[in-house]
Design a protein around this ligand. Structure first.
Ligand SMILES: [Ca+2]
Ligand SMILES: [Ca+2]
Length: 197
């Protein structure tokens, strides 16, 4: 814990210019969560700059209109921290597993101590997601713990669909969104992304 705080402080200092002098206190609007860095497995395409592609589309885990919110107006819950995945094959079972800086896994139906909760598990029993496969983990309330969020995207089973499975991973940190793309080719294939704030 001490080491993590130390590294975070160093990075923040370097972002501020790293001269080691005292800086004026940040204004209250600047105290929300901010991205420090994204560390992705090889093959994961990371887009840190949002490029608007038109009106917001539902259930694609993208901030299409770059307003800082993923899939707004679609009944998808969001918070100051959010991770979402989407894929188009109806039967493939892809899992989003997010572990917060405390080492706790966000699960459906139970908020972690950090406030992180998962609210969709697709394709779900009896086709509950109706072919709109999206999994969503978000901060229900409060200020998110700073540190490393480990995001694992894993292909559980193909369910009769043909590989490869292209997965869009969207991340929201405070007022900004980030887009990542990855490809899973066989069952138990997985990619890990670490998002530090
Ligand atoms: Ca949006
Ligand atoms: Ca969208």
């Amino acid at each position: 814990m001490t080491r993590r705080l130390g590294v975070g402080a160093l990075l923040v200092l370097s972002l501020l210019g790293g001269c080691g002098k005292k800086h004026p206190a940040a204004s209250p609007v600047d105290t929300g969560p901010r991205l420090i860095q994204i560390t992705a497995a090889p093959g994961v395409v990371v887009r840190q700059a949002c490029t608007p592609s038109g009106p917001e589309l539902c259930f694609n885990a993208r901030d299409d209109n770059c307003n800082g919110i993923i899939d707004e107006g679609c009944g998808v819950a969001t918070g100051l921290v959010q991770f979402a995945i989407a894929w188009t094959q109806p039967s493939a079972d892809v899992d989003l597993e997010v572990t917060d800086p405390n080492g706790e896994l966000a699960e459906v139906g139970r908020a972690a101590k950090s406030g992180l909760v998962k609210d969709r598990d697709c394709p779900g029993k009896s086709n509950a997601c109706r072919g709109q496969n999206m999994e969503n983990v978000y901060l229900e309330e409060g200020d998110p713990p700073r540190g490393k969020y480990r995001v694992r995207v894993r292909l559980e089973k193909l369910g009769g669909d043909n590989p490869p499975i292209q997965v869009m991973l969207g991340a929201r940190v405070g007022p900004k969104t980030y887009s990542l793309e990855l490809v899973l080719t066989k069952p138990e294939d997985e990619r890990v992304v670490v998002i530090e704030l």
